[in-house]
Design a protein around this ligand. Structure first.
Ligand code: ADP
Ligand code: MG
Length: 415
């Protein structure tokens, strides 16, 4: 029984860094270098635990999984991490005293680490199947070298072979399992990011025609004024015409830059975001969309609505929710947007429409992928929005009444 317990402990210690990575590090770490340092430390701790609590089969027969953190650290985090982890193994082994086992450890590392480093670059570029093959192959090679070397140093015996073979099987199975686990979580994570981008592209293509229209308006106004200025008897309000033309061109320019900013690939970069300013930009982007739908947008925004987030992602959420509000009023109406700080440390953005509303059941389904009641809807907008707001530790509340209207409340932690 105690052997199984020991094995389970080893397994737990090697799997924890993977979960910590996907839960806390992959999205929140600010730079690649930070990620690498944190992961090297985590794998290092994992190694120390593995070596401190080995599975023992009686005297001198101990096996443990230190190869797993070493292998994962080297392959996923890079050569620097691999060398750091090997150094940890050697130093920690040294603290047990210099014995045959110590020389064995050093020799095994000398013979296996260079091979791991050699395969690291290929590994990073490979697909899932190839990664499994490389990692399992390396784990197998490590065990084989370990088995041979300690056999030579200590002499082979039946008992000894039995323990080593159990070790080998265990290591290979765990490596195989953990690589698959890691890669599968990574795929799910990637898919989530891709969803966000797909939804963004769709919104862009939907808005493009109205957007072109919106640019044409100021151009036509400006052209009209230029024509007037060309008349022989100069109009009195010449200055005013020029002023209006400049304003119109500025507006066109602003719309273009907002639109470009929205379409830009998202850089994973959080910063202080002035929500009032962002709401204004989003209203700008959607201006012609609202006109087309006969909708008026009224805003009431207090100063100091600052949150720590990614402005592009926040904009994407605002656009999704605002577009839904506009689309919920086929005969036109008003959308109110307010932005206020709350007493309990949140920034509250409320987007309220007078549209068709939703039943309780519909509210519950909101945010599930592909849930849409629209003819050409994708049902991804709300899913992505919930995801984005959750990633900034905020929440979305929905209050809705059938045929009366809907209010979306976004709460984001204030900075
Ligand atoms: P899509 O807009 O492509 O249909 P969304 O995820 O943005 O997908 O919205 C999902 C569904 O939620 C919509 O089809 C609509 O039925 C409902 N919905 C969202 N916002 C509102 C709203 N403000 N008023 C009424 N229904 C809404
Ligand atoms: Mg939508």
């Amino acid at each position: 029984m105690s052997i199984i317990k020991d094995f389970l402990l080893q397994l737990t210690v090697t799997v924890i860094p993977i979960f910590i990575y996907f839960t806390f590090i992959s999205e929140k770490a600010t730079s690649n270098k930070n990620k690498k340092v944190m992961m090297s430390i985590l794998w290092g701790i994992s190694i120390l635990f593995c070596m401190s609590f080995p599975v023992s089969f009686g005297q001198n027969a101990r096996v443990e999984l230190r190869i797993i953190p070493l292998l994962f650290g080297t392959l996923y985090t890079g050569s620097g991490s691999g060398i750091f982890l090997a150094a940890i193994i050697i130093l920690y082994r040294l603290s047990f005293g210099i014995s045959l086992g110590f020389y064995n450890t050093v020799l095994v590392l000398l013979l296996t680490l260079p091979v791991m480093l050699f395969f690291q670059k290929t590994f990073v570029r490979s697909n899932k199947e190839k990664k499994v093959k490389i990692a399992v192959g390396l784990a197998f090679y490590y065990c084989l070298i370990g088995l041979t070397l300690s056999g030579i140093l200590r002499g082979f015996s039946m008992d000894y072979l039995r323990v080593q073979i159990i070790h080998l099987i265990f290591v290979v199975i765990v490596t195989w399992f953990l690589i698959l686990l890691n890669e599968t979580i990574r795929e799910i994570y990637q898919l989530r990011l891709e969803m966000q981008n797909t939804e963004k592209l769709r919104v862009i293509s939907e808005l493009t025609s109205v957007f072109a229209h919106e640019i044409r308006n100021p151009l036509q106004v400006t052209r009209g004024f230029l024509q007037l200025l060309n008349e022989p008897e100069l109009p009195e309000s010449k200055k005013e015409y020029i002023q209006i033309s400049i304003e119109e061109l500025d507006r066109a320019n602003e719309i273009v830059s907002d639109f470009l900013a929205f379409g830009k690939p998202t850089i994973d970069h959080n910063e202080k975001v002035d929500m009032g300013y962002q709401i204004q930009r989003v209203v700008n982007i959607l201006q012609s969309y609202t006109l087309n739908h006969n909708v008026e947008i009224k805003t009431d925004i207090l100063d100091h609505c600052r949150v720590y987030a990614n402005p592009q992602k926040v904009n994407q959420t605002l656009i999704n929710i605002l577009k839904n509000a506009i689309e919920s009023m086929p005969n036109g109406g008003t959308v109110w947007i307010t932005c206020t700080p709350t007493d309990d440390g949140y920034i509250k953005i409320a987007i309220k429409d007078q549209g068709i509303g939703m039943t309780k059941k519909q509210i519950e389904r909101l945010g599930s992928p592909f849930y849409s009641l629209k003819e050409s809807g994708t049902g991804l907008g709300m899913m992505v929005s919930f995801q984005i707001i959750r990633s900034f530790k905020g929440k979305i509340e929905v209050i809705s009444e059938k045929d009366k209207g809907t209010e979306f409340i976004i709460l984001l932690p204030q900075t």
